[in-house]
Design a protein around this ligand. Structure first.
Ligand SMILES: [Zn+2]
Length: 315
């Protein structure tokens, strides 16, 4: 049994390669700049070189698998689709095919949200669970759904877009072109908007300059220190997110729902009202049976661990 796997987190700026041991520790890292590459051959060659460098540095002769978290990826075909907006390479990149030829191990490619869910199950708080959902709060609201130990990809390969559950008909406009998606209330920008509304509610409206300078990180920090307006902003977030998660529970009855991403650093300012709204809106069949928890994957290593976990999927 081989105890080491590789996790690769592909981002528009950097590509991070990690060597992960069987206990879910990232024991080595290698970073390449994604923007340097304009064709798939040189990019994949650099990734393979990075893997070899890590293996040599840790005196490892074999790895068990390679998992890759990437934007605009196609799980079924093991590739990044052509025309990916935030990558400099615009051609289709058949990562699975190209890297399996080099290393002769299982290579699995999936999106970041699915990688996060699988990582939680293999290395995080979801160890031993077979049914779980992860929600990533950030620029958007991402989700990964695991049913019976398997990621749900659906007929189209793109299943798991809980961020675009509509919680408010005719509500705030969403980047997807529709209105009232949970993403517009629980993403970083949505939380800032909640803060602006909470300030108006408290008759202490923010000036235009204050609105423009507001960041979700500030709201989160203020909430952690008990600022009543910031706490109210997180309560509004929790109100809508709790409803969306209670609806999601009807679909797959998970054992737990894990939250991760920058806005979750607000901690109990988010989690306490979220658990309350979630429980209040749950169908009786699920009440007191589903825990809502913070991710247990270490923040800095989460993306690499998630990617490495994907390599455990046999296709
Ligand atoms: Zn949407």
């Amino acid at each position: 049994m081989n105890n080491f796997s590789i996790g690769i987190d592909i981002g528009g700026t950097n590509t991070d390669i990690g060597l992960v041991d069987i206990n879910g520790r990232v024991i080595g890292r290698h970073r390449i700049s994604t923007q340097t590459f304009t064709n798939k051959e040189s990019y994949v060659a650099a990734m393979c070189e990075g893997i070899r460098t890590l293996m040599q540095a840790h005196e490892i002769s074999h790895i068990a698998s390679i998992g890759i978290g990437a934007p605009n990826s196609n799980f079924f075909e093991g590739c990044i689709e052509a025309g990916t907006t935030n990558l400099p390479i615009k051609e289709r990149i058949p990562l699975k095919e190209m890297m399996e030829k080099v290393f002769n191990v299982n290579v699995v490619v999936d999106n970041d949200a699915n990688a996060a869910a699988y990582g939680e199950m293999i290395y995080g708080g979801g160890r031993g669970m077979r049914h779980l959902i992860t929600i990533t709060l950030g620029t958007g609201v991402g989700s990964g759904i695991i049913v019976d130990g398997r990621l749900v990809h659906g007929h189209t390969g793109t299943a798991g877009e809980l961020g675009h559950c509509i919680v408010m008909p005719h509500g705030r406009p969403c980047g997807c072109g529709r209105r009232g998606c949970i993403e517009t209330y629980a993403s970083a920008q949505g939380i800032c908007q909640n803060h602006i509304e909470a300030a108006e509610e408290a008759r202490r409206p923010l000036s235009v300059a204050e609105r423009e300078a507001l960041t979700c990180q500030q709201v989160g920090e203020a909430a952690r220190h008990g600022d009543p307006i910031a706490c109210r902003a997180y309560e509004i977030t929790a109100q809508w997110l709790g409803i969306a998660l209670a609806n999601a529970a009807n679909f797959s009855a998970p054992e737990a729902i894990f939250l991760m991403g920058g806005p979750t650093r607000a901690g109990e300012a988010l989690m306490t009202p979220l658990r309350k709204t979630f429980e209040e809106n749950l169908l009786f069949l699920y009440q007191n049976k589903i825990s809502v928890r913070l991710s247990e994957l270490n923040g800095n290593d989460a993306a690499i661990l998630g990617a490495a976990a994907l390599g455990h999927i046999s296709l």
